[in-house]
Ligand binder design. Structure first.
Ligand SMILES: Cc1ncc(C[n+]2csc(CCOP(=O)(O)OP(=O)(O)O)c2C)c(N)n1
Ligand SMILES: [Mg+2]
Length: 556
């Protein structure tokens, strides 16, 4: 057995079943070991970055990491964009990064790359195996880190020559598969429960951490127990059902990018806010609070605690465990009179939600030509069963035009992307999602510029028979409509062009284009049918350029 085979044996013992990557001399032993292991499926991509993105999409849906393998030097460097994205969005993955051999050390030698220096700041851990005697300890460390705290990529450097070294028989004993979780300090829990029960206008503000901790059921139970409205962050969207009577949609701190007006208002008016697994991204949370309020903060990562402002009650630990603890504590303390749902709260939210949809309807049903992208979301929503669908988006305005009105009823039926927001993510990520959930209709909304970053991956989808739908929202303007005085360089950017439909067909996908709003629904239906029939599919929609921030923009 060589070291690469031993490593792949250890990873499969820990439940890894997917490897994504590309070949090269330094990864030959690792790729051979992965390809020849019966428990591993391999996705061979056209760019290393998209292999990382595939691992990212897979990790978010499967809740467990995929492996990434690449050549040394530039190939390992190509992964940086994907790793930075995954670090921002807290996705678990393991990148087995080869150095060309064990000798190179800052000599500017062939395929030499300072992996530790480059990857350490954007990973949970960047380590290395320079001796086979370290193997078991390193693998145990990887899975201990990945099963505890906030997930993030792990990079392990393995010199190409060491990977092929014969090491004799090797047997790895897997760790207990459970997550390593802990709950909150009991005294703080009781204070938190009392604060929530006594609040006049409480609000739950739920982030991506709820999805990561698989804590949606506990969040629902707490919200219903106290009849408390729930706002979600963009990254947390789908952790609480969008169609639930207590859901006020994407919220803010106190005003967020893509927030609904009622979430914004309720956040500003709240006297107690319980935040769960939110990382308070600067770019997504504007304004200071006008009225004083009390904050209870649940987070598994001490780095995130007291970040936006001091928490009155910080609860450090796993969101699922702490929400369970809170539910039990609240149940024990709640007076009988408070056990029934509070109809006035439910009625108020229903009215606010109705008003928001009425306010949005002109956009959602717009007759605009070129097609209004908000209408694409609306027509798509009417055609799919959202419980059997996973939708996601790329960097750019597709994020806003999709996330504000798409109704996500179950955890991970919507995958929000973008603390870092590296354009071109959805080409790889959607394939990873499909690999994790083969029975779901996976649909990615992507802008034309983002598409251009990684579009060659359509060939990967065709070759691997991964039926994903990419809705390409192409909003390039004709040159004569550009205000060239306003922004120098604008013309270059908007001169981007190409026949994307012909390209997708040439790469082995189904593809079509729609320009007439009256044909939009039929075109979407045709594309969904093609995907359900097994074909990776591109639908290019000629769209108009719109301001995707609705409420946030109005208020600014
Ligand atoms: C790798 C990378 N480069 C640059 C950016 C900055 N950026 C964000 S959105 C965007 C343009 C997106 O255009 P397009 O994909 O056509 O979407 P649109 O906003 O037009 O819908 C750019 C350049 C980025 N997020 N990621
Ligand atoms: Mg565009």
């Amino acid at each position: 057995m060589n070291l690469a085979q031993a490593l792949i044996h250890a990873f499969t013992q820990e439940g890894i079943t997917l490897g994504c990557g590309m070949g090269g001399n330094s990864t030959r032993a690792m790729a051979d070991a992965a390809y020849s292991h019966p428990d591993m499926r391999i996705l061979y991509t056209r760019n290393e970055r998209s292999a990382v993105d595939a691992a990212d999409g897979y990790g978010r849906i499967a809740g467990k990491p995929a492996l990434i393998f690449t050549d040394a030097g530039p190939a390992a460097a190509n992964c940086l964009c994907g790793i930075v994205n995954a670090h921002g969005d807290s996705t678990p993955m393991i990148f087995i990064a080869p150095s060309h051999n064990s000798l190179t050390n800052q000599h500017r030698a062939y395929k030499e790359m300072p992996l530790q220096a480059v990857y350490s700041p954007v990973t949970k851990w960047t380590g290395r195996i320079y001796d086979e005697r370290e193997l078991g300890q390193v693998v145990r460390k990887i899975f201990t880190l990945l099963r505890s705290g906030r997930p993030s990529p792990i990079v392990v450097e393995v010199p190409g020559d060491l990977a092929g070294k014969e090491i004799g028989d090797y047997k790895y004993e897997p760790l207990a598969p459970q997550k390593l979780r802990s709950g909150a300090d009991p005294a703080s829990l009781e204070s938190a429960a009392r604060m929530l029960i006594e609040a006049k206008r409480p609000l739950l503000y739920a982030g991506h951490g709820v999805l990561i901790a698989d804590a949606s059921a506990e969040l629902l139970e707490l919200a219903e127990l106290l009849t408390v409205p729930v706002a979600v962050t963009l990254a947390g969207k789908s952790c609480f059902p969008d169609d639930h009577p207590l859901c006020v949609g994407i919220g803010g701190w106190p005003r967020g990018l893509y927030a609904t007006p009622h979430a914004t208002r309720r956040t500003k008016d709240a006297d107690v806010i319980l935040t769960i697994g939110c990382s308070f991204q600067l770019e997504a949370s504007y304004d200071e609070f006008a009225v004083p309020f009390k904050m209870i903060q649940i987070d598994v990562d001490a780095n995130e605690m007291n970040k936006k402002r001091p928490a009155d009650i910080p609860l450090l630990g796993d969101a699922k465990v702490i929400l369970q603890q809170l539910v039990e504590t609240v149940k024990a303390m709640l007076p009988k009179s408070r056990l029934a749902p509070q109809q006035d709260v439910l009625d108020a939210i229903a009215g606010e939600q109705k008003a928001w949809m009425e306010q949005s309807m002109p956009l959602l049903t717009s007759q605009d030509n070129p097609i209004n992208p908000f209408r694409v979301t609306w027509e798509f929503s009417k055609l799919v069963d959202p419980r059997r669908t996973i939708v996601t988006h790329d960097s750019g305005s597709s994020r806003g035009t999709l996330s504000q009105h798409y109704m996500a009823p179950t955890p991970r039926s919507f995958v929000a992307f973008g603390v870092q927001s590296g354009m071109g993510w959805t080409l790889g990520a959607a394939m990873g999602m499909k690999l994790a959930a083969p029975d779901k209709l996976v649909t990615a909304f992507v802008g034309d510029e983002a598409f251009g970053e990684t579009a060659m991956e359509l060939e990967t989808a065709a070759r691997n028979k991964l039926p994903v739908l990419w809705v390409l929202l192409n909003n390039r303007l004709p040159r004569e409509q550009l205000d060239l005085k306003k922004q120098p360089g604008y013309a270059d950017r908007h001169a981007l062009t190409g026949d994307y439909v012909a390209m997708a067909k040439a790469l082995g996908c189904e593809a079509s284009r729609v320009e007439d709003p009256a044909q939009l629904s039929a075109a979407l239906k045709r594309s969904i049918d093609a995907v359900n029939g097994g074909a990776p599919t591109l639908l290019e929609v000629k769209t108009r350029r719109v301001e995707a921030q609705l409420w946030g923009k109005i208020q600014r």
